[in-house]
Design a binder for this molecule. Structure first.
Ligand code: BMA
Length: 317
């Protein structure tokens, strides 16, 4: 039985799998959990990062305002489901990810530079003040996701080099750093392979350490006559060399099905940026953006996900 290596989180948001449901991931019945009404003058609140914080939860949320500028704001929750968002904008940019690393909370996100997007990195202890690091990569890149611990003496960061527009290609790479400032030893991780992700892939939530490898959820994009559709896939990578893929599902685990995923500012998008885990029960709660408009929550377990990946494994010999 696959096990999460990490802390217990007895208060993880959770709903049991609905009777008769055989999907690898199931949605919270009260989705969406956050919409534009959470902050005054918001156009949309969607791709979001969430971490446990004491007995509560803290988050960083993508908020597009009514000028359609993209910002990050913080939020607080006692149960991971009901959130109070702050209207103070902490950074410009989008697609935040959070991880606890060396006792601090590290944020990575898509930040803007004159020459295109880069990956911003900042650390906080209290979600009030932030220590900003150098941008991690040369523009243009998106989907910068830090691992929750050093591996082989280095910090690890997934990236996704891209262009300045809506990028009709994209592979996941990994960069390494001894100090979160100088990044090198770049490694290729994955390219799109199957139809559901034929256009591009990008890292999702902070990788989850398990006894079977790093469980990495990611997004993949298919191009249809109506444009892009974003779905969520999953893979397991080597614990010591996390760029080496051990198992990878050849199909998606979550794809637009509900109205709030089909209809919004960008239709047909599920975009996962965070996952909470409970090592005691193996429960996983995934936060994702719906149609670039609202925040959704979905559930699975490490056992169900690892079984599903292996049953649909494109790495099988
Ligand atoms: C990506 C990012 C995400 C967004 C997705 C779908 O390139 O901009 O923030 O959710 O496109 O529009």
């Amino acid at each position: 039985m696959a096990k999460i290596i990490g802390d217990a989180l007895p208060n993880i948001p959770w709903q049991d799998r609905p009777m008769g449901n055989t999907d690898p991931v199931w949605r919270y019945t009260e989705n969406p959990i956050i919409d534009r009404t959470a902050v005054k003058d918001a156009n949309s609140i969607f791709n979001s990062a969430v971490v446990p914080y004491g007995d509560e939860f803290r988050g960083v949320f993508r908020l597009d305002d009514i000028t359609r500028e993209q910002y990050l704001v913080t939020g607080e929750s006692k149960d991971g489901i009901h959130w109070r968002l702050n209207d103070e904008k902490i950074f410009r940019g989008y697609d935040p990810r959070l991880t606890k690393l060396d006792g601090r909370y590290f944020l990575s996100w898509v930040c803007h530079t004159d020459k295109g997007t880069s990956i911003g990195i900042a650390a906080t202890d209290d979600f009030l003040s932030w220590d900003r690091y150098e941008n991690a990569v040369l523009p243009v890149s998106r989907n910068g996701v830090l691992f929750p611990r050093k591996v082989g003496g280095n910090y690890m960061l997934f990236t996704r080099p891209c262009d300045k527009g809506h990028t009709p290609y994209g592979d996941i790479f990994l960069s390494q750093s001894p100090d979160l400032t100088y990044w090198g030893k770049h490694r290729f991780v994955i390219s799109p392979v199957n139809n559901w992700e034929m256009t591009k892939v990008g890292a999702g939530p902070t990788p989850i350490e398990t006894d079977e490898g790093w469980l990495c959820f990611y997004h993949g994009v298919i191009t249809s006559c109506n444009g892009f559709t974003y779905s969520m896939g999953a893979m397991l990578t080597d614990l010591n060399e996390p760029w080496k893929v051990l198992h990878r599902a050849d199909c998606y685990l979550l794809s637009p099905r509900e109205l709030y995923e089909f209809v919004g500012d960008v239709p047909n998008v599920v975009f996962p940026c965070a996952a909470l885990t409970d090592a005691d029960t193996g429960r996983i709660a995934i936060y994702y953006g719906g149609a670039d408009t609202v925040v959704g929550l979905a559930f699975t377990t490490v056992e169900d996900t690892v079984k599903f990946i292996k049953a649909h494994d494109m790495c099988r010999a």
